[in-house]
Design a protein around this ligand. Structure first.
Ligand code: SF4
Ligand code: SF4
Length: 222
């Protein structure tokens, strides 16, 4: 899931002032931002209270089922057409993908209410960890299912670095070194040492990413 954190409140107020907004519609997200505790109904209502206390008028609010889904978000904006028309701007409590989806669906200034920080594993309720940067050239087959480029703070494909001490990471000193973990798990699985991995092909991390399953069925995916 996409992990988000609240955007600096002063920055949000500045952004609203920059577009001359006094009346605001708030949109949250029922998926990742709800699980992350940043953009569900509770946080949308907290934002409503904060905006009103700061002198803004809130014309309405909604929590989209999946705010990055174009069709669903268009439907949601149609349901709240009047409230959106009455607003000068829309504040979106979702990841950047959701903010852009709302911006495509309405003809008002649309502003981010959160910062999008990483693709995260849900370790347990309220605890998230980054395990994959979506590089497009996965090496987990060689690394016993542990991503070196994401979980090593230096992003080292091969390691450990010279700072590893007694199996622990020199940067995150309370964590075991990623490369020590990889070698141990490989050994536990009866696999040989990893050896040196060749440089990753970062050209596979295409920007902007795009997949069209309709085209791929015709053999046209890149
Ligand atoms: S190697 Fe790339 S795709 Fe695989 S887990 Fe790491 S960042 Fe993700
Ligand atoms: S000690 Fe290991 S995990 Fe930490 S920075 Fe060095 S190689 Fe990466």
């Amino acid at each position: 899931m996409i992990i988000t954190r609240p955007r600096d409140w002063g920055r949000i107020k500045d952004n609203l002032a920059e577009v001359g907004a006094e009346r605001v519609f708030i949109m949250g997200c029922g998926q990742c931002a709800t699980v992350a505790g940043t953009g569900g109904e509770k946080e949308v209502l907290q934002a409503k209270t904060a905006l009103e206390q700061a002198g803004f008028s809130v014309t309405g609010w909604a929590v989209g089922e999946v705010t990055c889904h174009s069709g669903g978000t268009k439907l949601e904006t149609r349901k709240h057409y009047g409230d959106l028309q009455a607003a000068d701007a829309v504040l979106v409590l979702s990841c950047g993908a959701g903010v852009q989806t709302v911006a495509d669906a309405v003809s008002k200034p649309v502003l981010p209410g959160l910062e999008s920080v990483f693709l995260g594993n849900v370790v347990r309720h309220g605890v998230f960890e980054e395990r994959c940067q979506m590089c497009g050239d996965c090496v987990l087959d060689k690394t016993a299912g542990i991503c070196p480029v994401t979980t090593c703070p230096k992003g080292l494909l091969n390691g450990p670095c010279g700072g590893m001490w007694n199996g622990m990471c020199e940067v995150l000193t309370n964590r075991e070194c990623t490369h020590v973990r990889i070698q141990r798990r490989l050994a536990e699985q009866g696999r040989g040492p990893m050896g040196v991995l060749p440089p990753k092909d970062y050209s596979k991390k295409l920007k902007p990413g795009s997949v069209n399953l309709r085209e791929s069925k015709k053999g046209g995916v890149r």
